[in-house]
Design a protein around this ligand. Structure first.
Ligand SMILES: [Zn+2]
Length: 168
């Protein structure tokens, strides 16, 4: 078990593209580290449903999501469906406290391998679709700040309720 440091905004490694996992890689250890780090972060900050391997400095194409149960996505390939038709205030474990307004596809398809290298296909909608697009971007070195709808699409987390009350 290892709780890893999460790379924070400003660290240039977050902008690097991650490389495909190979069967010789210790994907089980990385998955355990991602789980420990995510659960520790969630306890401290009260948010965080998924984490990408490059956020803990592992330049591997791996995502760990824990909502009702843990799911590991190895070498995922994401295909959006339709148009980017939803606008959300997104947050990121690499910059807690900052919200960024982004446009996302409300539906996307993903193909991936699990820890036993079995292939899976899944379809995500709405907030899960948004979440997997966010994590997938991390694998390509893209942060949500680069996806901002415009140059006013930034807010502090403490403004979330106010933004909602104004329908922003
Ligand atoms: Zn993130």
């Amino acid at each position: 078990m290892a709780i890893r440091d999460i790379l924070l905004l400003g660290n240039p490694r977050l902008y690097e593209r991650s490389i495909e996992c190979k069967s010789a890689d210790d994907v089980e250890r990385i998955a355990r580290d991602l789980q420990d780090t995510l659960l520790d972060f969630r306890e401290k900050h009260g948010f965080g449903r998924a984490i990408a391997a490059p956020q803990v400095g592992e330049r591997k194409r791996m995502i760990f999501m824990f909502i009702n149960e843990p799911v590991v996505f190895i070498n995922p390939v994401l295909r959006p469906v339709g148009e980017p038709d939803m606008t959300v205030w997104d947050d990121c474990m690499s910059f807690p406290g900052l919200l960024v307004r982004v446009k996302r596809y409300s539906v996307c398809k993903i193909a991936y391998y699990d820890l036993k290298w079995q292939k899976h296909h899944a379809l995500f909608r709405d907030d899960l679709s948004e979440l997997i697009q966010h994590e997938y971007d991390h694998l390509d070195g893209i942060l949500v700040v680069q996806r901002a709808v415009d140059n006013r699409s930034f807010a502090l987390e403490s403004q979330r309720k106010w933004l909602k009350s104004k329908n922003f």
